[in-house]
Design a protein around this ligand. Structure first.
Ligand code: CP
Length: 319
């Protein structure tokens, strides 16, 4: 191992890519969270920039729509003084039939240093690591993983609760279609939280118990016992069959409103990755209420993505 690589290992990070939290150790996750904590202060300065990635180029290669993740990566790269290229599949030669491999190789040929990719196909970021030489960051691949979302969720929990180990975290809703749930399960269990998945049987497969989590079909049973409740969006675009009788029934059983929330712990933290279906998984008074950490999650996403771009771009072998 080269001396530089040994140094990075000692510093806690030697991964060229961030593909998912399944691949990270507990120590690597903590290293990202600690690095993000050191970057969070940058956004409070009057000049919100550090030169860490000056001269580097980050491309946002988004094949799916996004508000938070894309904007957050763009701002994160900009605060690290990198140049940013925004790629949108709808406006590109993908519409003329160009493949993912050719698209990525052409963009790499322009001299980019990091590719951030969101794609509807699970494994698309992993495939890109075999097509190009630059670091790849997964910004969400189908229903597989969304590692930076889970990292920002854990950062927010740790910031507010002071720790993650020993906390009981409920993840509620459309688990089967959720990359956010999968990444949170990997990350939270590695950091010692107890995770319970809550939802109708059609959206919470029993087989997920193999990931070291509990499963419940009753939000009312679980709510009084949890420290954090992460409400997932009902992903109408990924649901292909009738997995619950009606949206109204789903909301009655699994939606969080202030009356239901009052039966939770006094300091229960309410989270949601966004975008919210207001009135379906969350009522507006809960989404915007005192227990909600939803906008704080978004704020923290910036620091987490600064940390991720910084860490992957300085691993030996990265440009
Ligand atoms: N949470 C999340 O991934 O939001 P976007 O789809 O807006 O990026």
């Amino acid at each position: 191992m080269a001396r530089a690589a040994r140094t990075e290992k000692k510093l806690g990070w030697d991964k060229k890519h961030l593909l998912g939290l399944e691949d990270l150790s507990r120590d690597e996750i903590i290293h990202v969270l600690d690095t993000a904590a050191s970057f969070k202060e940058v956004s409070t300065r009057s000049i919100k920039k550090v030169p860490a990635l000056r001269g580097k180029v980050v491309v946002n290669l988004f094949f799916e729509d996004s508000t938070r993740t894309r904007t957050s990566f763009t701002l994160a790269a900009s605060r690290l003084s990198a140049d940013v290229i925004e790629f949108s599949a709808k406006l590109s030669s993908v519409s003329k039939g160009e493949t993912l491999r050719d698209t990525a190789r052409n963009i790499e040929a322009m001299g980019v240093d990091v590719i951030v990719i969101r794609h509807s196909a699970p494994g698309a970021p992993h495939y890109l690591t075999r097509c190009v030489d630059v670091p790849i960051v997964n910004a969400g691949d189908g229903a597989h993983e969304h590692p930076t979302q889970a990292l920002l969720d854990m950062f927010t929990i740790r910031e507010i609760k002071g720790h993650i180990e020993g906390l009981k975290v409920a993840i509620v809703g459309d688990i089967v279609h959720s990359r956010v749930a999968r990444s949170n399960i990997w990350g939270l269990t590695k950091l010692g939280a107890e995770v319970v998945l809550v939802g109708p049987t059609t959206l919470v497969p029993r087989a997920m118990q193999q990931l070291g989590v509990q499963i419940s079909n009753s939000l009312d049973d679980v709510l009084p016992h949890v420290d954090v409740i992460n409400m997932l969006r009902v992903q109408r675009e990924r649901i292909t069959s009738n997995v619950f009788p009606s949206v109204e029934e789903y909301t009655r059983l699994f939606g969080l409103n202030s009356e239901r929330l009052a039966r939770g712990k006094r300091d229960v933290l309410v989270m949601h990755p966004g975008p919210i279906n207001r009135g379906v998984e969350l009522t507006s008074d809960v989404a915007d209420g005192a227990h909600s950490a939803i906008l704080r999650q978004v704020t923290n996403g910036l620091a987490v993505r600064m940390a991720v771009l910084f860490l992957v771009s300085r691993v030996p072998g990265s440009r």
